[in-house]
Design a protein around this ligand. Structure first.
Ligand SMILES: NC(=O)c1ccc[n+]([C@@H]2O[C@H](COP(=O)([O-])OP(=O)(O)OC[C@H]3O[C@@H](n4cnc5c(N)ncnc54)[C@H](OP(=O)(O)O)[C@@H]3O)[C@@H](O)[C@H]2O)c1
Length: 378
């Protein structure tokens, strides 16, 4: 079901990764050699529109603050980023809103030694004060603001270009043609190479693509939330746009990290998602049991089954599991070794689709930002 895994050639210098000096905030800006590691079987490459990336990426959203509300060690986040690269992961997913701003800084520091070999994706669109990094109410995709945000991103990410820039949520006050126009100018300046949209309405996606070709859509998709199967995936296929599922592990749920006794810390968004409410957890845990059963069958971890299932749906789907733990990164990356035959996939699909997930994926106030159509240009 998945494409053949070519062996990416890295300079064979076993142990370099472990012994390389960690580059802190100051050190990372100095010219550094390209990172090297041992020769490994790496995830195959996939295409998102005209952009080629590793078939699994990594989401770095929680590298400044975990869902559980704890703050991870910054040097360890740099080590995870570089170790992911050493395992063939070249697709790193951030956003201005994560932190805000702080996650882009952590990613910029982490990838500084390997910048030219990786793909940085980040997102604009929430209304964030550019001086203070403070989050203000609502959204802001006004063209002048987007251009200012991108300049800040380039500084934080320590780079001269953003490989893939998404609109994080559709701004109901700004025609998408105006946003696409700003992206066109940023592309002409070489500051942005590709663009995409998240959680947008379908007409907005079509209008955006008609104005400035879109490389990728990023919306939630996993065994726990299969909404994109209704329409979004078909439109992506029709238009030749790649798809990047966010929360591909169901915000950790499909890995088996959550059980019916789990209760969430104050400030952990999962505590206000009714799919994780005590009355719905026992039912929804059928999906975890399914991942465990298939894990036994395929000699894989439940999280690997959840990711391999996503990648098996379409060859232009590239999940970005988020983690702040080295062992989890290694496990998640290994999902590209899990293959399903056609009959296995049909069997697994049938069981997944027979399980009706109970509860909402997000609270109403957050869901209101999804599926929004941008106003028409007058
Ligand atoms: N466009 C959007 O609106 C949007 C929204 C949300 C997320 N995103 C992007 O999507 C990325 C991934 O989504 P996500 O982080 O929300 O959800 P996810 O990838 O489904 O799950 C992440 C959670 O699972 C845990 N985890 C990861 N691998 C694990 C493993 N192998 N075993 C056990 N637990 C594991 C992580 O904790 P540990 O840190 O402890 O591993 C974390 O709590 C984000 O980093 C972000 O870049 C985008």
């Amino acid at each position: 079901m998945q494409e053949q895994m070519p062996r990416r050639t890295f300079v064979k210098t076993a142990g370099v990764l472990a012994t390389a000096p960690m580059l802190g905030a100051a050190g990372a800006s100095a010219p550094a050699p390209e990172f090297v590691g041992s020769t490994v079987a790496a995830p195959a490459r996939r295409r998102l529109g005209t952009l080629e990336v590793s078939s699994i990426g990594i989401g770095v959203q929680n590298m400044s603050r975990r869902y559980e509300t704890t703050v991870p060690s910054r040097p360890e986040m740099h080590r995870i980023i570089r170790a992911a690269f050493d395992r063939g992961v070249t697709f790193f997913d951030a956003a201005e809103a994560y932190g805000p701003h702080e996650v882009e800084r952590i990613l910029g520091e982490g990838v500084a030694p390997l910048r030219n070999r990786i793909t940085i994706a980040t997102k604009f669109g929430w209304n964030i004060d550019q001086e203070t990094g403070r989050r203000l109410p609502g959204l802001n995709s006004k063209p002048a603001h987007v251009k200012r945000v991108v300049d800040g991103m380039l500084t934080r990410l320590r780079t001269d270009r953003i490989d893939l820039l998404y609109q994080h949520r559709v701004d109901p006050e700004v025609p998408i043609e105006d946003v696409a126009g700003a992206i066109g100018e940023l592309k002409a300046q070489g500051k942005v190479l590709h663009w995409g949209l998240c959680e947008m309405g379908l007409s907005t996606l079509r209008r955006a693509h008609a104005t400035q070709p879109v490389s990728a859509v990023q919306s939630e998709y996993s065994m726990l939330w299969r909404g994109p199967e209704e329409q979004v995936l078909a439109v992506c296929e029709e238009l030749g746009i790649g798809f990047v599922p966010w929360s591909p592990l169901g915000v950790g749920f499909l890995s088996g990290a959550i059980d019916e006794a789990t209760r969430f810390a104050q400030g952990d968004i999962r505590g206000i998602e009714s799919r994780f409410a005590p009355e719905n957890l026992p039912h929804n845990l059928q999906l975890v049991a399914l991942c465990r059963r298939w894990g036994q069958r395929k000699q894989a971890a439940p999280a690997q089954i959840a990711l391999a299932w996503l990648m098996a749906q379409k060859p232009w789907i590239v999940p970005i599991p988020g983690t702040t733990q080295m062992a989890h990164m290694v496990e998640n990356t290994g999902a590209s070794d899990v293959r399903f035959t056609e009959s296995e996939l049909a069997e697994l699909n049938a069981v997944v689709r027979a399980i009706e997930v109970r509860g909402q994926r997000l609270p109403d106030a957050v869901l209101a930002f999804s599926g929004v159509e941008a106003p028409l240009k007058r």
